[in-house]
Design a protein around this ligand. Structure first.
Ligand SMILES: Cc1cc2nc3c(=O)[nH]c(=O)nc-3n(C[C@H](O)[C@H](O)[C@H](O)COP(=O)(O)OP(=O)(O)OC[C@H]3O[C@@H](n4cnc5c(N)ncnc54)[C@H](O)[C@@H]3O)c2cc1C
Length: 400
């Protein structure tokens, strides 16, 4: 098997790199490369530049304004933009609710929402989990009652762990519309404008002291019945379809390659027994193993993306990507912590230049090491915990 890129793919890679260098704000790239926190505008500035170029709808069909790229081109785009320090494209609209609207939404929903997702005008968040309903998602309780004239729903309840909900214009929610039959059969999929009266967003502060997730409360929120996707009580089907798209995106191969580069850099700066840590055979082995795992994940990702184009939806194999991708991300943050050693102790938040006095570590590569380490504990939990993914692989991929 020849794993090298063809001349056409190499030319595409060069194009993507030139475009990124010309249009990505260097201040944003610096933040990303150092691992600093990004603001809403940092994400959106890059999103808008890509939109002008027609490169936002990666994985979308061309009929909806997508790039129509094959698996390899998608991967090259991800790898090169990540390497240059581009922020991720926030997935909740582009990679999660958009495929649901394309496949199960009506024409009015497609016409209204898809262009605004593509342009970045609407930032979406995900309202699936509730207190007590995470892995056991179908037990969710947030209630949507249809009005007697059928024109709207009244929504009451709470969602939790809502990532970047503080920035969102819209939220897609799983709601309970019936208590009859199996619990999966009483769930519906609603699109809700975050400006609707009765919605309150409350921050949850994470281990790294950052505001990344939220509780979202709904108190008699009036939602037009036209915001229902597909059929009432059939939401579980759409919810599962969306989850496989979410898991595909979590692999983060491009980002991992960038973290590997930073790890090499830190290991060259750091000293162990009077020598650069990178010369320590045991530590070098650990980096090599992580890189081998990453290479294997990359090939698996290409296979899954390719199969997805045939089937028009990711299969349960997306769970494999989620498990391996999240584990590799955690390993890389652990190795970076080990390499930084005592320099990782003072976690320096963005904007705070109080660098500790550690002579053998002369640059800023260590600054976010502990913040990342703590933050990345999340990766094996979100998007459906890895234990649940292993159950899916056992049943649906291995057929056991
Ligand atoms: C940082 C972060 C961001 C998130 N963002 C969002 C978001 O934007 N929107 C959203 O809707 N949700 C979000 N989530 C929620 C996430 O999807 C849930 O946390 C996840 O599904 C696990 O659910 P839980 O936290 O309720 O844990 P639980 O379901 O209570 O699980 C607790 C433990 O038990 C294990 N377990 C449970 N059931 C089984 C089983 N059957 N077999 C084996 N082990 C099992 C789990 O693996 C886990 O280790 C986010 C979570 C985090 C941490």
């Amino acid at each position: 098997m020849d794993l090298r890129y063809s001349p056409e793919q190499q030319a595409f890679s060069t194009d993507v790199r030139s475009f990124t260098r010309a249009h990505l704000d260097p201040k944003v790239a610096k933040k990303v490369l150092e691992g600093a926190r990004l603001e809403r505008e940092d994400y959106l500035g890059w999103h808008r530049s890509l939109h002008k170029k027609g490169w936002v709808g990666v994985g979308w069909p061309t009929s909806y304004g997508g790039t129509g790229w094959d698996a390899t081109h998608q991967h090259i785009f991800d790898e090169v933009t990540a390497d240059e320090g581009a922020p991720i494209l926030i997935p909740f609209g582009l990679r999660m609710v958009a495929p649901v609207i394309m496949n199960f939404g009506n024409q009015a929903q497609k016409d209204f929402h898809l262009p605004k997702i593509l342009s970045g005008e609407h930032w979406w968040c995900q309202g699936y989990s509730e207190p007590g309903s995470g892995s056991d998602l179908s037990s969710l309780k947030m209630k949507a009652e249809r009005s007697s004239d059928g024109t709207h729903y009244i929504v009451n309840g709470q969602k939790t762990w809502t990532t970047l909900g503080q920035h969102a214009d819209w939220i897609f929610c799983l709601v309970r519309t019936s208590n009859e039959g199996r619990q999966q059969e009483g769930i519906s999929f609603l699109l809700i404008d975050m400006k609707t009266p009765g919605i309150t967003v409350r921050p949850i502060i994470m281990l790294d002291q950052e505001h990344e997730v939220n509780e979202v409360w709904f108190d008699n929120v009036k939602v037009p019945a036209t915001n229902l996707v597909g059929e009432e009580n059939k939401g579980w089907t759409y919810a599962k379809f969306l989850l496989s798209h979410e898991r595909n995106g979590i692999a983060g191969v491009g980002r991992c390659k960038r973290i590997v580069k930073r790890l090499h850099h830190v290991a060259q700066q750091a000293y162990s027994n009077g020598r650069p840590l990178i010369e320590d055979a045991r530590f070098r082995d650990k980096i090599a193993q992580a890189e081998i795992d990453l290479r294997a994940l990359e090939i698996t990702l290409l296979r899954v993306l390719d199969a997805e184009r045939e089937k028009h939806a990711p299969g349960p194999e997306a769970s494999l990507l989620k498990i391996k991708g999240s584990e590799i991300q955690q390993t890389l943050t652990e190795l970076t912590m080990m390499a930084a050693g005592p320099a990782a102790l003072p976690y320096v938040r963005e904007g705070d230049n109080g660098a500790p006095d550690v002579p053998w570590l002369s640059d800023e590569a260590y600054r976010y090491a502990s913040g990342h380490y703590f933050n990345f504990r999340k990766t094996t939990i979100y998007g459906g915990s890895n234990e649940i993914q292993r159950n899916i692989v056992t049943q649906l991929v291995l057929g056991l």
